[in-house]
Design a binder for this molecule. Structure first.
Ligand SMILES: C[S@@+](CC[C@H](N)C(=O)[O-])C[C@H]1O[C@@H](n2cnc3c(N)ncnc32)[C@H](O)[C@@H]1O
Length: 341
């Protein structure tokens, strides 16, 4: 049951203005950087979906497996009948596992990538025909107002895919706080967090052998050319990914392979050979770091699930300060964790 399409269509103009501002400011800044959210036009979302099926990209298959094995336990902890609000829902491929287990009162997918948002909502509505679905094509970093019909329903926020890692820590804390404010008291949050691990596992996930991640990164330049009257010579750039150990993050950049000059929205830019545009951060967290992050953002973790290799964690948290009794188990090597074997 798909609702609210017209309201979402009205927001498109505002998104385009923000894209122009972020690209022009980002290209003029030193170091140059453009926020990762602008990867996600239709092609960007399709390329990201292709990334999630690559052998090197352990993130999606590990999170899906954790979600499948923990689904009943999650439903016991959340109870039934909450509204599920999914932040950065993309293709919503893991969502049916949660919807089947939790049997929500409504589903609100939120994404800036409009085609993928509506196509995914349509697919979910075919699998769950009685479920009211209210897609929101909005930037989740902006203050969020829930659709009227779910505003008075208890909520479960769902933030999978380690999208939280695309934000620097202060931004992540701000986002978690604004989620807590929007979802309301007694709300819960199920979040997927990628763990710190060896660079020989991390780096191929961001620089795959088939070049899909490179195409995803370079698509940002194609989007700039198409939507902002750009003349960026895409073949003059290459995809670069590396591990920044001091910041515990994988960084993606677009590096100029020769001196280039181009225009975007009437402004001229020049880049020397070797100069880069920083396009994505993917911060990785240790188990305790993720708990501290959630607490700083106004959430109290009550349970978490990690795979046996410690690649990825799913954490369930409640809004506000910790409850008096918790349901954590201590696992060797995985502090206060409900480990999956
Ligand atoms: C890393 S992908 C994750 C997709 C999916 N949730 C998953 O787990 O595979 C990030 C998703 O968040 C969306 N997104 C990124 N920044 C956003 C923002 N500021 N507001 C709304 N959606 C955003 C992107 O369009 C994309 O679909």
């Amino acid at each position: 049951m798909l609702l609210y399409k017209n309201e979402a269509e009205l927001r498109i103009a505002a998104v385009d203005t923000a894209f122009r501002r972020d690209v022009l400011n980002g290209l003029a800044a030193r170091p140059r950087s453009i926020p990762a959210r602008w990867f996600y036009n239709r092609t960007g979302s399709e390329l990201f979906e292709a990334i999630t099926t690559l052998p090197e990209y352990y993130v999606t298959r590990t999170e899906r497996s954790l979600l499948s094995s923990a689904a009943c336990e999650i439903a016991e902890l959340t109870g039934r009948g909450r509204a599920i609000i999914e932040f950065g829902s993309g293709c919503s491929t893991k969502t049916p596992i949660l919807l089947s287990a939790v049997r929500p009162a409504a589903y609100v997918p939120i994404d800036v990538s409009k085609e993928i948002l509506w196509a995914s909502a349509e697919r979910i509505s075919q699998s769950f025909p009685d479920l009211p679905i209210y897609p929101l094509e909005v930037d989740f970093t902006q203050p969020l107002r829930l659709p009227g019909p779910v505003a008075s329903t208890p909520t479960l926020g769902f933030f999978p895919g380690s999208t939280i890692g695309n934000l620097l820590v202060p931004q992540a804390v701000d986002l978690l706080r604004s989620m807590a404010a929007a979802l309301g008291s007694d709300s819960m949050l199920l979040i997927g967090v990628d763990q710190v691990k060896d660079a020989d596992i991390l780096l191929p996930a961001y620089n795959d052998a088939q070049g899909v991640t490179a195409a995803f990164n370079l698509n940002l330049l194609r989007r700039i050319n198409a939507e902002l009257e750009g003349s960026v010579p895409v073949d003059a750039f290459r995809h670069v990914a590396y591990w920044n150990d001091s910041e515990a993050r994988v960084e993606m950049h677009l590096e100029a392979v020769r001196t280039v000059q181009f225009e975007v929205a009437g402004r001229r830019f020049a880049m020397a050979k070797g100069e880069t545009i920083h396009t994505e951060n993917s911060l990785k967290y240790g188990p305790q770091d993720a708990r501290v992050l959630l607490q700083a953002g106004g959430w109290s973790p009550i349970a978490d699930w990690s795979d046996q290799h410690g690649l990825f964690s799913l954490i369930l948290a409640i809004e506000g300060p910790p409850p008096t009794a918790t349901c954590f188990h201590r696992q060797p090597g995985l502090p206060w964790s409900k480990g999956m074997q």
